[in-house]
Structures are given as structure tokens and as C-alpha cells.
Design a protein around this ligand. Structure first.
Ligand SMILES: [Fe+2]
Ligand SMILES: [Fe+2]
Length: 358
């Protein structure tokens, strides 16, 4: 679950090590929602599936998975400074995203406790998983002499409010894209073990199954509310969320392509694979998916990628704020126009792919 402007403090365990990450619009964000509306939600038409998912959560397949064994008991001082920075940033962003999922699910579980017990327990058990993931990543940060101050985040978090249906679209995609991100890295390293330069990747196979189950929960909850999937507004919003999630990931990862190179991956190829798979899977629940085959799709994203590089360059210059703003304005307009054109690419209708609940 992603994304906040409010980020936890990255604490140094050793005084001469600095945080690598800066605040940007693309850093993880936190969500809140209308808890009353969620509590009143009728899930009866898909209750059986939701109960089956709850049973899976209760089974807790990964109870003993996240245990650091011998492979971590060595130093990582042989990493050069650049690789170390890339790793710290990767771990920090992943930990923040996992922790943001934990906070949202925990709060949902708590607020729905006496009103919608099936959903409440599902949310609590998902928050258990996300806390485990965040904790494991934070422990990994300590291998690089860093730690995230998650207590700071809990106290000073600021939220973006989303109606429940938007939380469903966004978290569904975030869980499914998380699954594809983890499994793609895992499979790549399985085939190219020489690139496995840090043991956290060994945990990704079982880990991503948690994310897949979380995604399935949101799939089931949306199918329990077919009215949020089957009208013209749903089509427009699903397109919007698909594009937002894919574009954000593409911008983030291309900006950090050195991290992917460090583990033998090409950031663009990796993202294209993850986007294609997530888009395809989303077709099982969303009424539309994006037409990624349109040659303009990645062409327009690439224009934004180079625009973003120019924006960063202007930001880091010593010029006056007004001058910076004037230089940035045409680039921001170009980005907005590219994203609008991307949004207007004809989507693919998927209603024929879905089950009979709709
Ligand atoms: Fe997670
Ligand atoms: Fe998750």
C-alpha cells in the first residue's frame, strides 16, 4: 500500500551516514476514508468468498517466514557507497509503503470491529502481514546502519482522504502491483543468482503471496459491491487509477534505474512486465483496463520521464524561486498534457472476462 508527503525520519545508527531520500510528490502517501460508510456496507452477495479469504488469512501461511537466519549475519561494507545508497532508499521506500498499509488496515479493523466483523478481522489480519513486512524491511535497514522512525510516522502522519470505493481501487492495484514487483524480482534472481547481492530477495516468493491474498480480498469486496464497478463513472475512475499507479511506478523506477541495474534488471523492462501483468489481472475485476499496446503509451510516459529530470535539475539550481517557477511552468504543462492524452487512449473493455456476480 502506498504513498505520503509525510515521511518517517530516517535515523542514523552511525553519525556519519546521511539519509539518501528527499521529499517529492512521488514519495509514499497515507490514506484515510469514510469509516461509517464502510461499516454499513452490505457484503452479503459475496460473503462466501470473503469468508474463504478470511480463513486463508487466519491460516497465516507466513507465520514463520520472516525470520532472519544465518544469511544476514555478515557485513555489507563491501557495497560501494552508491550501491549502499540505492539499497537504503529501496528499503526505506518499501518500508514506508508497507507501514502505510499497516496503518490504514489497522485503523479499518479497529473502526469496523463491532459493526462489520468479517471485514474487521480481514483488515486486522492484513495489518498483521503489513506490520511484519515493514518490520522486516526496517530490520534490513539496520544492516546498513539506518533505521526508520516508525513512531514518528504514527504520531505525525497526515492523510489523504478517499471515499471507500477509491480506497478499494487504489489498494487493490497497490497490492496486485506489489505482488508482481516482488515475484518478478524473485524469479529474475532465481535465474540469475549472481545478482542476488542481498538476502532479502530470498523472502520475496512467500512475501508476495501475502500481497496477492490482500489483492484478492479487495477483488472480493468490490465484487460484493457491483455498483462501484458497473457504471460509466467506474469505467472513468478505474482508468484513472490504473494510469496513476502505473505512471507513478514508471517515473519512480526509471529515476532509480541504477538500483535495478545493481541486481541485473533493466528498470524499463521490469516496469513494462509488471505493468502488463497487473493490467491483465485487473481485468478480472475492473470493467476496463489500459491499452498498453498503443505505441503512444510508453512514448508519452518517456516524455514525462525526461520532463521530470528537467524539473529536478531546475529544483536543484540556486536560482530565485520565481525564476525556477517560470522555467518549470511549460514543463508542468507538458506533463499535464501528456497525462491527459494518456488517459484519453481508448481502454479495453473487460466485462466479458468477469464472473457472474456483476
Ligand atoms: Fe505488504
Ligand atoms: Fe499487502
Amino acid at each position: 500500500m502506498v504513498n505520503t508527503l509525510q515521511k518517517p525520519k530516517l535515523k542514523e545508527l552511525h553519525p556519519n551516514i546521511q539519509s539518501t531520500a528527499k521529499e517529492t510528490l512521488l514519495t509514499p502517501r497515507f490514506y484515510t476514508t469514510d469509516f461509517e460508510a464502510l461499516a454499513k456496507m452490505d457484503i452479503s452477495i459475496n460473503e462466501e468468498e470473503l469468508k474463504a479469504i478470511l480463513e486463508e488469512f487466519r491460516t497465516d501461511y507466513n507465520r514463520y517466514h520472516f525470520i532472519r537466519r544465518g544469511e544476514f549475519s555478515q557485513t555489507w561494507d563491501h557495497f560501494d557507497e552508491d550501491t549502499r545508497k540505492l539499497f537504503v532508499e529501496f528499503l526505506e521506500r518499501s518500508c514506508t509503503a508497507e507501514f502505510s498499509g499497516f496503518l490504514l488496515y489497522k485503523e479499518l479493523g479497529r473502526r469496523l470491529k463491532n459493526k462489520n466483523p468479517i471485514l474487521a478481522e480481514c483488515f486486522l489480519l492484513m495489518s498483521r502481514d503489513e506490520a511484519r513486512h515493514a518490520g522486516f524491511l526496517n530490520k534490513a535497514l539496520s544492516d546498513f546502519n539506518m533505521t526508520l522512525d516508525l513512531g514518528f510516522l504514527t504520531k505525525s502522519r497526515s492523510y489523504t482522504f478517499f471515499q471507500p470505493k477509491f480506497i478499494f481501487y487504489a489498494t487493490y492495484l497497490s497490492e496486485k502491483i506489489g505482488y508482481w514487483r516482488y515475484i518478478t524480482i524473485y524469479r529474475h534472481l532465481e535465474n540469475n543468482p549472481e545478482n542476488k547481492i542481498y538476502p532479502i530477495f530470498n523472502f520475496f516468493e512467500n512475501w508476495c503471496q501475502d500481497e496477492n491474498r490482500h489483492g484478492d480480498f479487495f477483488d472480493a469486496i468490490m465484487k460484493a459491491n457491483p455498483e462501484i464497478l458497473n457504471d460509466w463513472k467506474a469505467r472513468l475512475w478505474c482508468r484513472f487509477f490504473l494510469l496513476s499507479v502505473f505512471a507513478t511506478m514508471y517515473f519512480n523506477d526509471t529515476q532509480r534505474s541504477d538500483f535495478y541495474s545493481a541486481i541485473g534488471l533493466n528498470a524499463r523492462d521490469y516496469d513494462k512486465h509488471v505493468i502488463e501483468k497487473t493490467n491483465e489481472v485487473a481485468g478480472r475485476v475492473f470493467p476496463v483496463i489500459l491499452n498498453l499496446k498503443d505505441p503512444k503509451f510508453y512514448e508519452r510516459l518517456e516524455i514525462c520521464v525526461s520532463n521530470n529530470a528537467k524539473l529536478r535539475e531546475i529544483d536543484s539550481s540556486e536560482q530565485h524561486y520565481t525564476l525556477k517557477f517560470l522555467r518549470k511552468l511549460p514543463i508542468l504543462v507538458s506533463n499535464a498534457s501528456q497525462l491527459l492524452k494518456l488517459y484519453l487512449i481508448n481502454p479495453i473493455n473487460t466485462e466479458h472476462l468477469q464472473g457472474n456476480i456483476r
